[in-house]
Design a protein around this ligand. Structure first.
Ligand code: ADP
Length: 250
């Protein structure tokens, strides 16, 4: 991380203002986002909850630059995403975003170590450096002894921890997680949430979508979405979150 990055990260991780998106579903417009607002300070851990179809995944995808809004503003680590072309969005994503999904999206033909090293190599790191960082991450995430294994031999909780290690490969400003415990049994879910708490106590900003209240309770702040808007919880916890989000211990 450069000094400039550190300065940017010391303020706002992401700011979303008035985000709107209409999808055309078989001729009938679906208003997935209707003016969603969200601000996260650096290092904050926010959980997004709300009924199915209220726009949670759409919001996450927009912040990741995987989809573009019809209207509104997204500023990620000080840079506006709006109006950027796909290449520029991909560059910003590689630099600032790590993503974890419900169904791990692992590369089954590669080893655990290669799964984690690959994103850094795609972002331009030399293999040796990428593998060193991957080893450190696997160590941190308790998977060091699995580095040569295929992902297929891991338990559900271990597979999700591997997906999280991969998402952290490029030291993202913001870790996005869409129902990361949704496909896990309770032991696997607890394993993953304990890891999120630990990452957050080391200063990692996390934006987590979940329908599971005990999972959401791990966050500094819970925001509720309804009908394409954030209706509750926005901004109120930001200052406390900074105070509790850095340097905590588990
Ligand atoms: P949530 O994550 O809260 O369940 P989503 O963000 O996935 O909600 O979806 C919000 C609404 O937008 C839903 O009605 C969904 O069907 C619709 N939607 C999401 N993505 C698309 C798409 N690519 N094409 C058409 N409709 C979509």
């Amino acid at each position: 991380m450069s000094d400039t990055d550190t300065d940017t990260r010391s303020t706002t991780a992401v700011e979303v203002r008035g985000l709107r998106k209409v999808y055309d579903a078989e001729g009938a417009p679906v208003r997935a986002l209707r003016g969603a607002d969200l601000t996260m300070v650096a290092g904050e851990f926010v959980a997004v909850m709300g009924p199915s179809g209220c726009g949670k995944s759409t919001l996450l995808n927009m912040i990741a630059g995987l989809d573009t809004p019809d209207d509104g503003e997204i500023v990620l680590a000080g840079e506006s995403l709006v109006g950027k072309d796909e290449n520029a969005l991909a560059r910003l994503r590689r630099r600032h975003i790590g993503i974890v999904f419900q169904f791990f999206n692992l590369l089954e033909g590669m080893s655990v170590l290669e799964n984690v090293a690959l994103p850094a190599m795609i972002a331009g790191s030399k293999r040796k450096k990428a593998e060193t960082r991957a080893r450190d991450l696997l160590d941190l995430l308790g998977l060091a002894d699995k580095s040569k294994s295929a992902p297929g031999v891991l338990s559900g909780g271990q597979r999700q921890r591997l997906a999280i290690a991969r998402a952290l490969a490029n030291e993202p400003t913001l870790l996005l997680a869409d129902e990361p415990t949704g496909a896990l049994d309770s032991a696997g879910g607890a394993e993953v949430m304990e890891l999120f708490r630990r990452l957050h106590s080391n200063g990692q900003a996390i934006l987590l979508v979940t329908h599971d209240q005990p999972v959401a309770d791990n966050a500094d702040r819970i925001v509720q979405m309804r009908d394409g808007r954030v209706v509750d919880g926005d901004d109120e916890g930001a200052v406390t979150a900074v105070a509790s989000g850095s340097g905590g211990e588990l």
